[in-house]
Design a protein around this ligand. Structure first.
Ligand SMILES: [Zn+2]
Length: 307
């Protein structure tokens, strides 16, 4: 059901060709650009470590899935690629894997946001002493979105140290993109139950569940149906790559269609094992209609972040 030549998983595209096709996708929909809530920018040496992690995937340690990084460029070039695609606003998803790291990452993110006006100032946190203080400071310094990674951080989102943080973020209305599903690898606290307990205590929390909660798609759709401020990002979903590993159940598509005002485009750029265009075509080929696509790729993000 591939709609445009060249968008097949893994098929290399010339940069100029891809840019043209990504622009054409938006022109056809009549949207002025894309809002991508899930892109990774972080200090260069941290990003290199993330890439090394994905490079190790082919080694068999994780089942032998190959994960070639499509946009392994320096920061300036990565920004130029996104802007060339017509991405009007994007994020700097960064996250700690141990204590003592989040505040340093947040300091970098302040500088990055300052020199990158089209990036939504992003911050992160870890359950550790001082977390309430530095999250409060990040909000005061203008953080527009947070990233939480329950799998990489290997922490319990119901950790008492985080309770005031969730409360603070709920009150401030700042969205949190949270990787809490069990894909691509489960963690001790991934899956719907821990985060459901957080939402029971903080029902107004603006969580954006990354990857539509892959592979526990239906459980996370259920949380979004129950809590009006819960949203979902499309990151990597419906691509040939993800459909091979964790296929989205066709029976849940009507529920996804019904949540059309709370689904947000996310891509995982630059750490994706296929061209950016493929994510857009993967959403298009769902057949949920142009209104749904316009909302997901542009309108919902613009409204949420008041762009
Ligand atoms: Zn990501």
């Amino acid at each position: 059901m591939q709609q445009t030549q060249g968008s097949a998983d893994g098929e290399a595209l010339l940069p100029a060709e891809e840019t043209l096709l990504v622009r054409r996708f938006q022109e056809r929909l009549g949207i002025p650009g894309l809002v991508d809530v899930h892109t990774h920018f972080m200090p260069e040496r941290v990003l290199r470590k993330v890439w090394a992690y994905f490079d190790s995937f082919g080694s068999g340690a994780t089942g032998g899935i190959d994960w070639p990084i499509t946009y392994r460029h320096d920061e300036d070039e990565r920004l130029a690629v996104l802007r060339g695609f017509g991405v009007l606003a994007f994020t700097a998803m960064l996250y700690p894997h141990r204590p003592g790291m989040a505040e340093w990452l947040n300091g970098w993110a302040v500088e990055f946001a300052r020199r990158t006006p089209d990036c939504l100032h992003t911050s992160t946190f870890f359950p550790e002493p001082g977390v309430e203080r530095y999250v409060g400071e990040a909000v005061e310094r203008g953080a527009r979105v947070f990233k939480a990674h329950v799998q990489v951080g290997a922490y319990d989102p119901t950790d008492p140290l985080l309770d005031p943080v969730w409360g603070l973020l709920a009150e401030a209305g700042v969205p949190i993109v949270i990787h809490c599903g069990s894909g691509p690898n489960p963690g001790a606290y991934t899956g719907p139950e821990p985060i459901a307990r957080v939402l029971a205590r903080h029902p107004g929390l603006r969580l954006i569940v990354a990857h539509l909660g892959m592979p526990e798609y239906e459980d996370f759709l259920g949380l979004a149906e129950r809590y009006g401020e819960v949203r979902l990002d499309t990151t990597m979903t419906f691509t040939d790559f993800s459909e091979r590993i964790a296929p989205f159940p066709a029976r849940a598509l009507p529920r996804l269609a019904a949540l059309g005002d709370r689904v947000l485009l996310g891509s995982d750029f630059p750490n994706i094992p296929y061209p950016y265009l493929h994510q857009l075509h993967a959403l298009e080929r769902l057949g949920l209609g142009d209104d749904w696509l316009r909302a997901v790729c542009h309108d919902n993000g613009r409204r949420l972040f008041r762009l």
